[in-house]
Write a protein that binds this ligand. Sequence first.
Ligand code: HEM
Length: 184
Amino acid sequence: MPSPLHVAFVAGPEGPWRIERMATLAGEALPAAERLRLIEGPDAATVPADAWLLRGVTSNARYSNRREVDALAAKPNVLRRPAATRAALIPIRKTSAWWDLAQDERRAVLEEQSRHIAIGMEYMPAVARRLHHSRDLGEPFDFLTWFEYAPEHEAAFDEMVGRLRDTPEWRYVDREVDVRLSRD
Ligand code: HEM
């Protein structure tokens, strides 16, 4: 996949992913919808809105250091595996206090204080992931995080999300909706 890759997550009556449940962890909820589709590439900018539509773009890493980049690259991270019939779309917005921090302070909260990358890597390759940035697109969320896994790894995924939400980094999250999906 070329980067940056523009992506639109479109919720409405159509799409390969069935929306099983939506939980609002912080801030405003998203409207209820039946299904979700992903539009990737140039069409992501023009696809019309349905029940809701969120746009993001893949980007370069901001916080990972060389050792982490190499460790991540050594773990398979493959989307659309046939066995991965479960997915989570977790849009996240962070507070102005977060964005007021300097780059090195944000890195310290994310990894030295919260072990975000170390925790997440424990769950690869069972969980495949892609991070989309939305803040600079003027979107309601700062990030659209996307994960795919097989049904037997759902409990592990829930455990990981719980561990992350317990960290100092999450004190800076002021909107978070956890959208869980399945496909046949
Ligand atoms: C497979 C498990 C996971 C791994 C390996 C992982 C890894 C990473 C890495 C390496 C980054 C930093 C990218 C950079 O350097 O800019 C990152 C950022 C991020 N991750 Fe995770 N992560 C995982 C799970 C999660 C989960 C479950 C969530 C949400 C509940 C999440 C939310 C985020 C967000 C919002 C960012 C952007 C942070 C920011 O730039 O302020 N991650 N993740």
